[in-house]
Design a protein around this ligand. Structure first.
Ligand SMILES: Nc1ncnc2c1ncn2[C@@H]1O[C@H](COP(=O)(O)OP(=O)(O)OP(=O)(O)O)[C@@H](O)[C@H]1O
Ligand SMILES: [Mg+2]
Length: 394
């Protein structure tokens, strides 16, 4: 059928035609946004989930919600090896200028700019031209210690107080939070702790891989009392079918029931894969209805595409030793497996596999859902590993 009319949207952060199955999380967000404005404390929300489950899409939707509730928002994406300070400073600068321009009495926005000036001055790396236009004296003694865990809380408080003075509220949204260092996560957690104690109108909404709760807990043991970690996962069978059926119906196209079940069976309800299968099935179908036969040929196309792109880019970043480890792990199928079992399969000691395991966790390929367990962060990666290295002998 006409690719121009194709409603499906496979891609990183591409909004799906319909955001299915996320109502409980959106409701939790509405409560957080509403309560914060009323100065009632509520846990900040950090979404966690595997690659391609829809965290970025959800964070964008949450930003939209926050704006509709009257919040001023900042949306940033953490990157490997990019420090937090220089990443967030330019956004806070824009926000403080905005607050300063708003009508109202008080000088908290000006003070916020001075604190930001101090904060930037104490950063050990350059922030480009953020100081441009910041021809304001630093606030001596505030946010200028050079220790992020002291300076970031002072900065957040100054910004939130400026917002409060202007009867505004702030939502800071951060994607890929797992890329921050323990020190940076610790600073963010301490900043939010301070904000909660002072009941200031600032919320943090983040997203990251399933290792995030563990990292946050390592950074500060009280993180679990400050944050909720809702899991963004695969869609249920009913929701997965809805995610395919409804957008097609809106374009007067019907998927036959067995075609829908087949897509659910092969994708296991993972959002990114649902979009890929929906997209290819649409393009391959001569017309409505989309049949099981069409889906089966779409599976060949999609698998080839995923193996060449989505899975391949990750595979190419692995050393031979890491590939070997993952291939042995893949033999156990999807889900979590004991590191001990994998070591046994490779005929090695758990301790000698420690470095490979640590590297794979750092590369974001696997994570540990529970002590001694290991699982893939990319859905269906086990099946790919078996295809990539078919004649693997233990
Ligand atoms: N609720 C949903 N229903 C249907 N499709 C969805 C849903 N959420 C996301 N998608 C689709 O899934 C794909 C991946 O979404 P997104 O990029 O937000 O995932 P992610 O979790 O941020 O992945 P990554 O960890 O790789 O950044 C997109 O193609 C998007 O359209
Ligand atoms: Mg994402």
């Amino acid at each position: 059928m006409d690719p121009l009319r194709n409603p499906f949207s496979p891609g990183a952060g591409s909004p799906p035609p319909e955001l299915v199955g996320r109502d409980p999380i959106l409701e939790q967000t509405r409560i957080l946004l509403g309560r914060t404005k009323l100065k009632r404390s509520e846990k900040s929300i950090l979404l966690t989930g595997l690659r391609g489950v829809g965290k970025t899409v959800l964070l964008n939707e949450i930003e939209r919600l926050a704006k509709a509730e009257g919040y001023r928002t900042i949306l940033i994406e953490a990157l490997e090896d990019k420090p937090l300070g220089p990443l967030i400073a330019p956004h806070l600068r824009t926000l403080l200028f905005d607050l300063d321009r708003m009508a109202g009495a008080g000088d908290k926005a000006k003070r916020g700019l001075r604190v930001l000036r101090s904060f930037i001055g104490a950063l050990k790396v350059s922030v480009g031209d953020v100081t441009f236009g910041l021809d304001i004296d630093p606030q001596e003694g505030t946010a200028d210690s050079g220790d992020l865990e002291i300076d970031l809380p002072s900065l957040f408080v100054a910004v939130a107080e400026a917002a409060e003075e202007r009867k505004s509220a702030i939502a800071i949204l951060i994607d890929e939070l797992q890329y921050f260092t323990t020190k940076e996560l610790g600073a963010l957690i301490m900043a939010m702790h301070r904000i909660q104690q002072l009941q200031l109108p600032l919320v943090l909404l983040g997203a990251g891989l399933p290792i995030l709760p563990g990292l946050a807990g390592q950074a500060k043991s009280y993180a679990e009392r400050l944050f909720g970690f809702p899991e963004v996962g695969a869609l249920s069978e009913e929701d997965a079918i809805k995610a395919l059926r409804d957008p097609a119906l809106a374009a007067n196209v019907v998927f036959e029931a067995d075609a829908l079940f087949e897509i659910y069976r092969v994708t296991k309800g993972y959002p990114y894969f649902l979009q890929e299968w929906g997209y290819q099935a649409w393009n391959l179908a001569p017309g409505s209805p989309v049949t099981l036969q069409v889906v089966k040929s779409a599976t060949e196309t999609v698998t080839r595409r995923l193996d060449r792109n989505f899975f391949r880019v990750r595979f190419d970043r692995l050393t031979p030793g890491e590939r070997n480890f993952l291939r042995a792990m893949a033999a156990f199928g999807p889900g979590a497996h004991r590191t001990g079992e994998i070591a046994d399969a490779l005929g090695q000691k758990v301790t000698s596999l420690g470095p490979v395991r640590a590297k794979l966790i750092r590369k974001g390929m696997v994570y540990s859902p529970a002590y001694g367990d290991l699982a893939f962060t990319v859905p269906l990666f086990d099946e790919f590993m078996v295809r990539a290295i078919p004649d693997f002998r233990l």
